[in-house]
Ligand binder design. Structure first.
Ligand code: HEM
Length: 150
């Protein structure tokens, strides 16, 4: 990580932020995730937890038995979402995340199970704690938008 990723101290708040890495600018998020290969590993771990955690069984059952396509789609989507090449539309067509989940029965329990799989997958990666929190906070918004009942 080079020094350009560390912003200067905030001159207005006086809060020392010099050690806080910046994510969400250009492809900084993708680089922090280990590049495209890192995202692939993250998604493999995510679906491993979805496949094995009892609390995620209901969400797992919403997917087809073979997870190959789901893994490929989520990996491609996240690479673009993290500031990398946006290949999702050309490969699978345009996507609107809440719209793509409207046919699914997603309540708080399903949303929490999805996010738990992501948290556990992130914890398996050699990522900074700040980065893991950033990803979880950022994903919690679309996850909430996918929820269509209590
Ligand atoms: C809130 C909890 C979520 C649940 C329970 C959930 C569940 C699912 C399921 C079951 C599928 C497969 C749908 C099908 O085959 O018909 C799917 C597809 C997908 N999900 Fe989610 N998802 C959630 C949140 C998210 C979030 C937060 C993102 C990304 C920001 C995401 C990205 C995707 C993508 C890109 C696909 C492939 C869409 C397609 O082409 O059909 N999902 N999701």
């Amino acid at each position: 990580m080079d020094s350009s990723e560390y912003p200067e101290q905030d001159e207005f708040s006086g809060v020392k932020k010099a050690k806080a890495p910046v994510y969400g600018v250009g492809d900084s998020t993708l680089r922090a995730a280990g590049g495209e290969q890192g995202v692939k590993q993250l998604v493999d771990a995510f679906y491993h937890y979805m496949d094995t955690l009892p609390v995620a069984a209901k969400v797992r059952a919403m997917h087809s038995p073979d997870l190959t396509e789901s893994k490929a789609k989520l990996t491609t989507f996240l690479i673009g979402w993290m500031g990398g090449p946006s290949r999702y539309a050309e490969m699978y067509g345009s996507i609107n995340i809440p719209g793509a989940h409207r046919h699914l029965d997603i309540g708080l329990a399903e949303k929490d199970a999805w996010l738990l799989c992501m948290q556990k997958a992130l914890d398996d990666q050699p990522y900074e704690e700040t980065f893991k929190r950033y990803v979880m906070v950022q994903l919690s918004f679309p996850a909430e938008m996918c929820r269509n009942r209590k």
